[in-house]
Write a protein that binds this ligand. Structure first.
Ligand code: ACO
Length: 277
């Protein structure tokens, strides 16, 4: 594990995030060849997230080195993440980061801008060029649950506790988690989970498709490393093209999807043929 910086541009902008800056925010970021690991690292506060967490995540995404194919998102300590830092809802807020305490006096456009900025920390985890894996132990509440939902795959420890707490607090889940939740578990189950704010434990998470694998807590790191190795065993460009196809499938008709398959395959065949000649 070495490169603590984000040296190459991948998205719309590239800003290096220093390890010191990340440590201050409660994050760690390591790149080891084709695998990047983002660790929520404020275990004493159960990896509660602030607006600084989200803007740093967005910057990590924007600067992800080209060679990275797998991004692991994990949390240090007993919980993956206890969600938004509840100080964000107080008048005092989080020192240096403001709060939502003045929301009552803000208009629609400035509040939507706040949400939009926060969402940038989550969106990049779906990019076709990478596969993101959430390694989840203990509580994944609210923003923590949505961060796990932003990843392509969830590998969980047997003590996992997912909870979409927002509706209990008078809020909606707005960190890009509602779409993957519905796609994974279906509308009825998503309504059940969100509108009761109940806890979903490991057995149920596996049964309803929220988790790909459930392992004993001590085996989580190895299970994630094994999955990363499997993902890296396929062809990089074919993997990205296939993910693009799969991501677009539900919004396309069969006719449109088979056309999309044809277009991607033409590209692949040309690349394979050119590589041989
Ligand atoms: N924001 C700020 N601080 C938090 C948060 C949070 N979301 N969650 C935990 N902490 C802090 C606690 O205040 C405590 O700090 P202290 O040691 O200075 O008193 C420390 O983390 C440990 O918390 P405990 O409650 O003692 O830990 P425990 O393991 O017993 O419980 C649990 C963990 C279940 C996650 C509990 O802390 C909790 O319910 N947290 C709040 C969850 C929540 O409502 N999140 C918001 C969801 S909505 C959204 O994310 C948009």
């Amino acid at each position: 594990m070495g490169d603590a910086k984000a040296p190459q541009q991948r998205g719309g902008y590239a800003e290096e995030v220093s390890a010191e800056e990340l440590a201050e925010i409660g994050l760690r970021y390591e790149v080891d060849g084709e695998i990047a690991t983002v660790t929520l690292n404020r275990p004493d506060k159960r990896n509660a997230q602030t607006s600084a967490t989200w803007s740093a995540l967005a910057r990590i995404g924007a600067g992800l080195p080209e060679q990275v194919r797998v991004v692991v998102v994990k949390g240090e300590g007993p919980s993956f993440s206890a969600g938004i830092d509840l100080r964000m809802f107080t008048k005092e807020g989080v020192p240096g980061q403001g709060s939502f305490g003045s929301a009552g006096r803000q208009d629609d456009s400035s509040l939507k801008r706040l949400v939009d900025q926060a969402q940038q920390g989550f969106l990049w985890l779906r990019r076709p060029e990478i596969v993101s894996i959430a390694a989840v132990q203990g509580h994944a509440i609210g923003a923590g649950f949505q961060l796990a939902l932003s990843c392509d795959l969830r590998i969980v420890a047997d003590d996992v506790k997912f909870c979409m707490k927002e509706p209990a607090l008078g809020l909606v889940p707005d960190l890009t988690g509602t779409k993957p939740l519905v796609e994974l578990v279906g509308l009825a189950k998503a309504i059940d989970i969100c509108l009761t704010a109940r806890i979903v434990e490991a057995d149920e998470a596996f049964r309803i498709g929220l988790a790909e694998h459930v392992v004993a807590g001590g085996d989580l790191g190895k299970a994630v490393a094994d999955k990363a190795a499997q993902l890296l065993s396929t062809n990089r460009d074919a993997a990205a093209a296939t993910k693009r196809l799969l991501q677009g499938a539900s919004a396309r008709t069969l006719e449109e999807q088979r056309a999309a398959e044809g277009a991607e395959q033409a590209e692949r065949l040309r690349a394979l043929f050119n590589a041989q000649s």
